[in-house]
Design a protein around this ligand. Structure first.
Ligand code: 5RP
Length: 234
């Protein structure tokens, strides 16, 4: 197994320790979150826990089913105990970019409904400033609005690119039937401010900025797992 995969697994195992019997758990999307779903499935089996999961994407739903995790909905359980999810980039202030798997809208809904949000990542995701290393910010956009949204983003100085599928021609369509624009802003000085500006563009359903939502992050490293807590929890 390569070093990055091992780092993801270590972070996932640490995060799953937050889950207690009877919890409703938000299930994040992406390859790192998949390790947490698998680790949760193992804990349910070996410790006979009564847990229900709320998947943040069709991918998370499928993995949860394969791991025999009972599924519930936000209608039945509008308050989630713990959500564990991955990130594309994060800073030590726990500002995040998410949406590399186009699940950002549901991921944010699940995060906002959670008492505790735990983010897991390998070391490559930790940066001093969001947008470094040519990292784009994914935006979920109503297809009718794609061109006007791109124009507004260009006016803000971004380079917006409609995400195309792999294995099928045409744009990516999210689990909500929308498109995704990957916006290159360069290094982002004030993600909180920019996220509000972008969210206000008509047609933008959600942005990949996650600001003020994360409580704890576990970053897998070669030597162990680094823990970062939001200031409010220190
Ligand atoms: C999906 C996400 C993922 O959590 C993010 O892209 C990280 O994925 P991975 O763990 O595969 O690197 O936000 O929309």
């Amino acid at each position: 197994m390569d070093l990055i995969t091992t780092q993801k697994q270590k972070a996932a195992i640490e995060a799953v320790k937050h889950i207690e019997d009877g919890f409703i758990v938000g299930l994040g999307s992406g390859s790192t979150a998949a390790f947490a779903i698998e680790a949760l499935g193992n804990r349910i089996k070996t410790e006979n826990l009564h847990i229900m999961g709320i998947p943040s994407s069709y991918q998370a739903f499928q993995i949860a089913i394969n791991c025999a995790i009972p599924i519930t909905t936000l209608e039945e359980h509008p308050q989630i105990d713990v959500t564990i999810d991955g990130a594309d980039q994060l800073t030590c202030e726990l500002f995040l970019i998410k949406g590399g798997g186009a699940a950002l809208a549901r991921e944010k809904i699940v995060a906002a409904a959670s008492k505790l949000n735990v983010i897991i990542a390998d070391q490559s995701k930790k940066v001093s400033r969001l947008g470094m290393n040519n990292q784009f910010v994914p935006l979920e956009v109503i297809p009718f609005a794609l061109t006007p949204v791109k124009r507004k983003l260009a006016e803000l100085g971004a380079n917006p690119i409609i995400r195309e599928t792999k294995g099928k021609l045409g744009p990516v369509i999210t689990d909500n039937g929308n498109a995704v624009i990957d916006s290159y802003f360069g290094e982002i000085v004030n993600p909180a401010e920019l996220s509000v500006v972008v969210k206000l563009i008509p047609g933008v359903v959600e942005t990949g900025f996650f600001v003020g939502l994360t409580d704890i992050a576990y970053i897998g490293t070669d030597g162990g797992v680094e823990k970062i807590c939001a200031t409010k929890h220190l």
